[in-house]
Design a protein around this ligand. Structure first.
Ligand SMILES: [Zn+2]
Length: 309
């Protein structure tokens, strides 16, 4: 017997905002049979999760473009066993995202997506559609260097953004260059090749990387995984990188890790610290695998939801 199962109304398109609040209540209070159609329903992909989708908003004077670089799927087998027991589906549709920030006369790209590798990312194409030439990107901030974030740095042996200053957390850069990250050797070699087209500027946590942008320690997923806090006109926007991969599960169970988290104890500590720091503040948060942005709300029993602005 299942302790509980997710309700029939469960759809990925309802994972954010009120959908999650409703989901939480239902999960706590109901015990419904798992619908046969749930597995296929999980694969339905709303427009906001299609490659090329752009979410646009402003925070203070920062114009933000949230770009879906590629579609992905997260298998529930990535989760530690205790967190996958009662899930009615074998996988969750996911996204790989990048963010283009325009402020202080700069075009700042946060992570670069897949480029011509993996499922092939569309960030470069979207930037061109937005009228932003690759040469006009002034800065690139890296939350970390996994392939789905770093491969867009270079395409076919050439820097995609030839005029950009590349900013990377010192422990992240050093771990990848030393090959001490828990990733396959071919992936490490691939990322190092992408990096070789730039002269990175290394930052430490606590540094103001750009005016109004502070780097915050969120290591665990990778050794130098970083959250960026952006402040403009008294408004804050925080880019949380890969603090979560399966939002529907990890908001409810912040201690749930996926196999992608290199140091799970540190990843849990960073996830909890980040959630606690930003919850109930109305600070807008975004991530590289979150379908949509929102603000974190902490509930009794330590679960979280993401409220749409
Ligand atoms: Zn990632």
């Amino acid at each position: 017997m299942r302790a509980f199962t997710l309700p029939t109304s469960f759809r990925l398109s309802a994972l954010t905002t009120r959908g999650l609040s409703l989901l939480g209540l239902l999960v706590l209070g109901l015990c419904l049979a798992a619908p046969a159609a749930a597995a296929s329903a999980a694969q339905k992909r709303p427009a906001s999760m299609q490659p090329g989708h752009v979410e646009t908003f402003t925070v203070g004077s920062i114009k933000v473009y949230g770009i879906v670089d590629a579609a992905t799927t997260f298998e529930t087998t990535l989760l530690n066993p205790e967190f996958r027991l009662n899930l009615p589906q074998a996988s969750f549709a996911g996204v790989v995202k990048t963010y283009l920030l325009q402020w202080n006369g700069k075009n700042v790209l946060v992570d670069t997506g897949w480029g011509s590798n993996g499922p092939k990312g569309v960030t470069l194409q979207v930037l061109k559609q937005l009228g932003i030439a690759p040469e006009a990107v002034t800065d690139i901030l890296m939350t970390h260097l996994d392939a789905d974030h770093a491969c867009g740095l270079a395409i076919e042996g050439r820097a995609t953004y030839p005029n950009a200053t590349l900013h990377i957390a010192r422990p992240e850069y050093e771990a990848w260059m030393a090959g001490t990250v828990k990733r396959p050797a071919d992936k490490v070699a691939l990322v190092k090749e992408k990096l070789s087209h730039y002269t990175p500027v290394l930052f430490n946590w606590g540094d103001i990387v750009l005016p109004g942008c502070t780097a915050v320690d969120a290591h665990g997923h990778t050794p130098g995984h970083t959250v960026f806090d952006l402040l403009s006109a008294g408004k804050q926007f925080s880019i949380l990188g890969d603090i979560m991969h399966i939002q529907a599960v990890q908001l409810r169970f912040p201690r749930a890790c996926t196999a992608y988290d290199m140091d799970q104890e540190a990843a849990i500590a960073s996830r909890l610290a980040t959630f606690r720091r930003l919850a109930n503040t109305k600070v807008l948060v975004a991530g590289m695998h979150f379908p949509e942005t929102g603000s974190l709300r902490l509930h009794a029993k330590g679960t979280y939801t993401l409220d749409r602005p």
